[in-house]
Design a protein around this ligand. Structure first.
Ligand code: GAR
Length: 211
């Protein structure tokens, strides 16, 4: 697939960027339908920025503290996205709630990865909460971004088994491995037009996922 045929994607991060790395690795496969054109972090010291640069990808810090208001910060993020030519926005550990205007602007074109089987455990400390609730399964979700936090239509999920000796750390490690599997798959589905954000809080799958 030529570069021109692949959908350009901007990835927004706040830290480690391992999911961003998984997307970049997948996009280096010859038949992957998307290419990562820009990585944006709201933290100047995000480790993921250096990793992206090593891969030859434009990596830009847009630190929140450099802007007097949330609106001005978001305007700078949007300007960076637009300059990159990205058509899809992938949030990958971007730990800042986006405004309704931002979300509306990219409705149906912005996706997020979350470390739980949504709608269970939106928000933080998902592994601790899954353990405290006695869950026998846990997992991760890729969903379209809507105005509510961790709420949008689900595109892809993977469940993992909780085992008796699990701690939040061991669970987090297995969930993260699953995140790295489902995020590239979900991005590819969106880039190929196999899914779209439907009305009523559901994703419309044009092609059955087969599993
Ligand atoms: C990932 O576990 C991701 O699911 C989570 O932050 C981590 C980022 O790790 N995102 C959220 O909790 C969003 N609600 P990474 O920087 O190594 O990809």
């Amino acid at each position: 697939m030529s570069a021109a045929e692949r959908v350009p994607v901007a990835v927004l991060i706040s830290g480690r960027g391992s999911n961003m790395g998984a997307l970049v690795a997948a996009s280096q496969e010859p038949d992957f339908p998307a290419r990562i054109v820009c990585v944006i972090s709201d933290k100047a010291d995000a480790a993921g920025l250096a990793h992206a640069r090593e891969q030859g990808i434009e990596a830009v810090a847009v630190p929140r503290r450099d802007y007097p208001s949330k609106a001005e910060h978001e305007a700078a993020v949007i300007a960076t996205i637009e300059a990159s030519g990205a058509r899809i926005i992938a949030l990958a550990g971007y730990m800042r709630l986006l405004s309704a205007d931002f979300v509306r602007r990219y409705a149906g074109r912005m996706i997020n990865i979350h470390p739980s089987l949504l709608p269970a455990f939106p928000g933080l400390a998902t592994h601790e909460r899954a353990l405290a609730a006695g869950c026998r399964v846990h997992g991760c979700t890729v969903h379209f971004v809507t105005e509510g936090m961790d709420e949008g239509p689900i595109i892809e999920q993977e469940a993992i088994r909780v085992v008796p000796d699990d701690t939040a750390d061991t669970l987090a490690a297995r969930v993260l491995a699953a995140e790295h599997r489902i995020y590239p798959r979900a991005l590819a589905m969106l880039a190929r037009g196999e899914v779209r954000m439907g009305s009523g809080g559901r994703t419309v799958h044009k092609v059955p996922s087969g599993d």
